[in-house]
Write a new protein. Structure first.
Length: 290
């Protein structure tokens, strides 16, 4: 069954080890830990992506009174992967608080992991299912493989932006998420680790169309040199000129226009000598002079 998570939220904690010697391709890493939770998209549940759920459960999800969530835990110390489907009252905080009233496990499986890997934008964990609990809706899965995958990019404080999240189980259906968020940390056998990207200044406002940003607080854990790349995450009607966008301190010039005033978000990518990168974003307000 293909399982993924919804577009609303995903809490991930990742650690990675075993950096393969750098080649002309992206460095290959091994994920050392993962925890995740997110709502399952209603259209996936009602659109035939799963075996038919009980009518009362479908009605509760369709009416908006219940929400189906997926929780994933990879325990690196035990080399186990656990996937749980959880029913909660709609609107429950994410992640689901311990002891949340009305939260009920619907299905769970445990697997012994057999393959764990990641590149700088994709992670994958595969395991052989050893047990399942609560529901037989998906059939007998013991001995089958489960694979969890996600595309991601890292940010300054260990958080990550995920471009896609999925878990694949045999013969049960598809839950899908376009995007999510969480945390990531990657290290390697050689001691190489992700640099820290810090974009600033945070929380600033400008009334003139030209100003500077700074990534000078970015750093590399091994003290190595960093390269910088700035880009505008543009909204409709926004246009800027970035000068010295491959330095720590670029200059921004906003293009005048009917929609020029507003909030501008810029992304900084820093890369170290091992080819590992991290990102951070900074938003600034361009205000009309008083």
């Amino acid at each position: 069954m293909n399982v993924s998570w919804s577009r609303y939220f995903c809490a991930f904690t990742l650690a990675a080890a075993a950096l393969v010697a750098q080649t002309s391709t992206s460095p290959v890493l091994t994920v050392a830990g993962l925890s995740a939770e997110a709502p399952v998209a209603t259209d996936q549940i009602l659109g035939g992506g799963l075996p038919p759920l009980p009518d009362d459960l479908l009605n509760s999800i369709q009416s908006g009174s219940l929400e189906l969530r997926q929780q994933v835990l990879f325990d690196t110390t035990k080399s186990t992967l656990r996937v749980t489907l959880l029913l909660v009252p709609a609107g429950t905080a994410l992640p689901t608080p311990d002891g949340q009233p009305g939260a009920t496990p619907f299905f769970a499986l445990t697997a012994n992991t057999t393959q764990v890997s990641a590149t700088m934008n994709q992670l994958s964990i595969t395991g052989t299912i050893t047990s399942q609990q609560y529901s037989s809706l998906f059939g007998e899965l013991t001995g089958e493989l489960v694979t969890v995958t996600a595309g991601y990019s890292t940010s300054s404080d260990g958080t990550a932006v995920f471009s896609g999240l999925s878990a694949t189980l045999p013969g049960a259906g598809v839950f899908y998420s376009q995007a999510g968020g969480g945390r990531v940390r990657i290290t390697g056998q050689t001691g190489a680790s992700l640099p820290l990207a810090v974009a600033g200044p945070k929380g600033q406002s400008f009334t003139v169309p030209q100003f500077s940003l700074s990534g000078s607080r970015s750093s590399d854990p091994q003290g190595g040199m960093l390269t910088y790349k700035w880009a505008l995450i543009a909204q409709p009607g926004q246009s800027v000129t970035l000068t010295n966008d491959s330095t720590a301190t670029p200059t921004i010039t906003i293009t005048d226009g009917p929609f020029a005033y507003g909030t501008y978000t810029f992304q900084l990518t820093v890369t170290n000598s091992a080819g590992l990168s991290s990102i951070d974003t900074v938003s600034v307000d361009y205000l009309s002079p008083q």
